[in-house]
Design a protein around this ligand. Structure first.
Ligand SMILES: [Zn+2]
Length: 337
């Protein structure tokens, strides 16, 4: 599903909100996990700012004092945003945090919490060009999927967000990196080789529901899948079902929320993943044979010469950012009191 104009969220407010969520956690377990997410979100935002047309640096987002405090607590993203690559968008990280806090089975609570957060974070779309550090951070569509096994048993729910970065360059880089690193191999294959007839065949009892945020009403409404998703994720049950459109989607394969949620589901259930058939032009294909080609496609996109100098610190090797959860230390005072 599309992430059209997108609502612009101020990266500073987005980060500070994330920090607030981190600091209000009281259990050590959640605090440790969210510390990792916090460093990942900083890295992803700084990386996207760095490859943004107007090159937004951390110093454009924060004042010196705030920057120093953040750097003290989360130094890794500051050191690595120019050399290491993110594996997903800031909003996908936020979605994971919300699911962690609310529990994956509490769908209504997850969606309500997200709506409230976004309402708090929303700013009017700036008309003045000097507001160059407003860029899209919100994913407009969320997809939730699960699998009902033959003979009983239902998996938990897996959440995914549509791509929340604006601009062809950012989008292409994130899709390529996700294919190469983040998404499970079969999903990555379907996305990377969609243009050459690549697709996967899922059991009918893989069920996907998508929701699009309605900004006037401030809540999520059901959203049918687009033609791209129907083309590459064959056989799954979509709710609401697909509606024929006159025009093809004008967003790339992999942009939709379905991609991330299906990838998480297949990743968590190896027996299901085993059942998923790999197709090429509607014929069964051999993933081992296609894998190399599919990865080459992603590598070529992610490492285009224009980004290579900035993205790859070590020749052609791509370095990915690895968040390191750190146990909370009593010596570190809260950033904001
Ligand atoms: Zn779609």
């Amino acid at each position: 599903m599309k992430n059209p104009q997108g609502q612009r969220l101020d990266p500073r407010r987005f980060i500070l909100k994330f920090l607030e969520i981190y600091e209000e956690q009281i259990t050590d377990e959640l605090k440790t996990v969210i510390h990792g997410y916090m460093s990942e979100v900083l890295h992803s935002i700084f990386f996207l700012g760095n490859i943004h047309r107007e090159n937004i640096m951390p110093t454009d987002i924060f004042e010196e004092k705030e920057l120093l405090k953040l750097n003290n607590k989360f130094s890794k993203p500051f050191n690595e945003f120019c050399t290491h690559l993110p594996t997903r968008t800031p909003f996908s990280i936020l979605l994971d945090v919300v699911v962690k806090i609310k529990g994956s089975q509490n769908e209504t609570q997850v969606m309500e919490y997200l709506s409230t957060l976004l309402k708090e974070l929303s700013v009017p779309k700036p008309t003045n060009m000097t507001y160059s550090n407003y860029y899209t951070l919100e994913a407009t569509v969320i997809c939730i999927c699960h699998y009902e096994r033959t003979g009983g048993g239902i998996t938990k729910k897996f959440y995914g967000a549509s791509l929340s970065c604006k601009g062809q360059r950012e989008r292409q880089v994130i899709i390529s990196l996700s294919c190469r690193h983040t998404w499970t191999l079969k999903v990555a294959y379907a996305v990377a080789l969609a243009g050459e007839g690549g697709a996967i065949q899922l059991p009918q009892t893989v069920k996907c529901k998508a929701f699009k945020r309605n900004r006037e009403k401030d809540h999520y409404c059901e959203e049918p899948p687009c033609t791209n998703c129907i083309n590459i994720f064959k056989g799954a049950t979509f709710e609401p079902c697909h509606i024929e459109a006159d025009e093809d989607p004008n967003w790339p394969y992999g942009n939709c929320a379905e991609t991330e949620s299906l990838s998480k589901l297949l990743n968590a259930d190896p027996a299901l993943c085993e059942q998923v058939q790999v197709l090429k032009n509607n014929m069964t294909a051999d993933l081992d044979l296609e894998k190399k080609h599919s990865l080459e496609q992603c590598h070529a996109q992610a490492g285009r010469p224009a980004y290579r100098d900035r993205l790859c610190a070590n020749g052609n090797d791509i370095l990915f950012f690895v968040p390191q959860p750190t146990p909370p230390s009593p010596f570190l005072a809260p950033l904001y009191q």
